[in-house]
Design a binder for this molecule. Structure first.
Ligand SMILES: Cc1cc2nc3c(=O)[nH]c(=O)nc-3n(C[C@H](O)[C@H](O)[C@H](O)COP(=O)(O)OP(=O)(O)OC[C@H]3O[C@@H](n4cnc5c(N)ncnc54)[C@H](O)[C@@H]3O)c2cc1C
Length: 625
């Protein structure tokens, strides 16, 4: 029953499909791709119709739940009934260039496990270099934490909705660049305010797209810290400008590093200087006001879910400056468009994607990663395997090793799993929002100490402020999330689990009623609550974690692993690799990974001697963290 309850939490996914068909795996296999499934709830009759509709919209079949079950030999109708009585859903299965695995004979250059933004960027960057790449995604659509789902006329972003890296200049606009490399461009809506902070002591700060407007607002509130504010944010710009002047590729590839160093030694030395530093230490050089320092903590918390003293300066600078330089831009039609376009571009460049391909094991031969084994038992081989699963999932679940390699043990010592989230996706009557409401908000009402506490800080995005097409007319979307740990949601009876979801969500809605939107509760027309269990289930992330956070006070990014691993032929990509969480960071990780892999499989120049020297040096550096 607990399983059903989790399936009933489509907050993280277009779950109607998986709910309906996860009653038995064989049902999934009955369905051709490009099929649209329409579950038509008839709760008053305690039944539901399941319509299979072809992509040309002709109805293939309509089943009552019971006849569908008879047809498929399913005895337990509770899953479908439970889901169907909760909602009516329409889900489109994305296109794929192949319907199903046959007995695979082909050896790929690379198999990428996971189509999050990290995996997609790595795969597309390899494909454009001519590699033969297979991308395997467990879920039904690409995007992972940057995916989407549709319910009741709403298009919800699963996770990310503050989109960095989508600008049209410089080199940190990694999403724009990754899309352009596969011939794609998004229609973007510029966001005039990155985030509106609602903090203790009624501190209200809008981060305007225009840098001077933002600094003006902050110095108006803290006039005695004008110099400190300019100096701290000025140092962020120094880091950002250095990054933005380089061609961003693999820091594990010595020929590239030498090339960049000779072309732009100042930028390289600047970055090397800031690599082991944290934003909080730099802020404290210039700023003394405790409330302003807490505000800088909140600025960093958005990036890393930890305070400024534990947020590497490079990560903080990337986002603190890109929001003014490239600006925050919302993709028309929703964030899911980024992953979908990357996936489509990847296929056009000759790549192959398989959805519903659950990788269970990474296959080894002579201590080298040589392929993967799917849940179906099928084995597929490649020169290299790139894992977009978290490093914890990769090394503790996908690899059959008696002992986790020393490098990973060091990573796990320096970094722990960040909390997961409780998320609420809501549709609300438009009139509950004041007319000048911003798109993104961070809310912490009473005490700065609660910034990192579970359910302490509320993240809120209202993407319909920018793109009304995401909701039915007269409605807005509220995407609310707040940190939560898995422990808090385990061991509950199904009824208690459901009741707790409602209770916690109600408290959060009440808090938003008090701070932002009086009458919010009565304006809700649609609500789905997701917990850490939902994140774990639909995003395949251990304990539903948001990514790594430092266990103690880190030395900047020094301890973060790059893409190569201790296992030959196995690479990692995504938010548990340098430089960490966030869409722009994982896109960087994807670019870096593809560059290193391309050199290793002979698609780019490399020097074996220099490689060995650099990789040993980097591994030694990490021991200093
Ligand atoms: C609620 C929330 C809000 C966020 N908001 C923002 C934001 O506003 N701005 C921002 O920049 N960032 C934000 N982030 C962070 C950002 O979304 C992530 O850091 C980033 O998307 C992670 O990308 P990834 O490629 O590393 O991993 P993921 O997105 O987790 O993708 C990994 C993919 O691998 C697949 N996979 C895993 N294991 C297997 C397997 N064994 N077999 C096959 N497939 C597998 C998963 O199904 C998944 O699709 C947010 C995250 C969350 C959760």
């Amino acid at each position: 029953m607990m399983d059903i309850v989790d399936r009933l939490s489509p907050a993280m996914a277009s779950s109607a499909y998986s709910i309906a068909f996860s009653a038995t795996d064989s049902c999934i296999n009955c369905l051709p791709l490009q099929t649209i499934i329409h579950i038509h709830a008839r709760p008053w009759k305690k039944t539901a119709l399941i319509c299979r509709v072809s992509s040309s919209t002709s109805v293939l079949s309509v089943h009552s739940v019971n006849s569908y079950h008879r047809h498929h030999g399913i005895n337990d109708s509770r899953n479908v009934l439970a889901m169907a009585s909760s909602a009516e859903s329409l889900v489109t299965i994305p296109s794929s260039n192949s319907t199903r695995f046959s007995n695979e004979k082909e050896d790929y250059d690379a198999i990428v496990v996971g189509a999050g933004i990290g995996g997609l960027v790595a795969a597309t960057q390899l494909a454009i270099r001519g590699a033969n790449v297979l991308l395997l995604e467990k879920y039904l659509i690409p995007g992972g934490s940057s995916g989407y789902y549709k319910r009741d006329g709403y298009t919800f972003d699963v996770g990310s909705s503050v989109m960095f890296g989508c600008g049209d200049k410089g080199s940190v606009n990694l999403i724009t660049r990754a899309l352009a490399d596969v011939g794609r461009k998004l229609d973007l809506i510029p966001d005039p305010t990155t985030v509106h902070y609602h903090m203790p002591n009624a501190l209200s700060v809008r981060v305007h797209r225009d840098y001077e407007a933002f600094i003006g607002e902050l110095t108006h509130i803290f006039p005695h810290e004008t110099q400190g504010i300019r100096s701290f944010y000025g140092e962020c710009w120094r880091v950002f400008n250095a990054l933005n002047s380089l061609e961003l590729k693999s820091l594990e590839e010595p020929l590239y590093l030498f090339g960049q160093f000779f072309r732009n030694p100042i930028a390289c030395l600047t970055l090397a200087y800031y690599l082991p530093q944290n934003a909080g230490d730099i802020a404290r050089k210039y700023i003394k006001d405790p409330q302003l320092l807490s505000f800088i903590d909140a600025e960093c918390f958005i990036v890393s879910t930890v305070d400024a003293c534990r947020t590497p300066m490079i990560n903080a600078s990337m986002v603190i400056c890109d929001r003014h330089y490239g600006g925050i831009n919302y993709p028309l039609g929703g964030v899911g468009g980024i992953a979908q376009q990357l996936a489509d571009g990847f296929i056009e460049k000759g790549g192959r994607i398989e959805y519903r391909a659950n990788v269970k094991k990474i296959l080894m031969k002579d201590s080298k990663a040589v392929g993967v084994k799917l849940a179906t038992g099928q084995e597929i081989f490649a020169k290299v395997v790139v894992s977009n699963a978290t490093r914890w999932d990769t090394f503790e679940k996908l690899l059959d090793t008696n002992q986790i390699p020393k490098e990973e043990q060091s990573f796990q010592k320096c970094y722990q799993k960040a909390p997961s989230f409780l998320s609420i996706h809501m549709g609300v009557k438009a009139e509950v929002l004041p007319p000048d409401t911003d798109c993104h908000h961070l809310v912490l009402e009473d005490d700065w100490k609660n910034l990192e506490a579970p359910y302490g800080t509320i993240f809120l995005s209202i993407p319909t402020v920018l793109d009304p097409s995401l909701a039915p007319s007269g409605r807005h979307i509220l995407h609310i999330f707040t940190t939560a740990w898995m422990d808090d949601w385990e061991g509950l009876s199904p009824a208690d689990y459901v009741a707790k979801k409602e209770a916690v969500a109600d408290l959060i809605i009440q808090r938003l009623e008090k701070t932002l939107f009086p009458g919010l509760k009565d304006a809700v027309t649609f609500k789905e609550v997701g917990t850490p269990k939902t994140h774990r289930r639909f995003l395949a992330r251990d304990e539903g974690t948001y990514g790594p956070i430092p266990s103690g006070r880190p030395k900047g990014l020094l301890g973060m692993p790059f893409n190569t691993t201790a296992v030959e032929g196995l690479y990692c990509v995504g938010d548990s690799c340098f430089p960490g969480q966030g869409v722009i960071a994982v896109a960087f990780s994807g670019v870096m990974c593809a560059h290193r892999v391309a050199a290793d499989i002979g698609l780019e120049r490399r020097s074996a001697i220099l490689d060995k020297g650099l990789l040993s040096l980097l591994s030694w550096f990490r021991t200093l963290a």
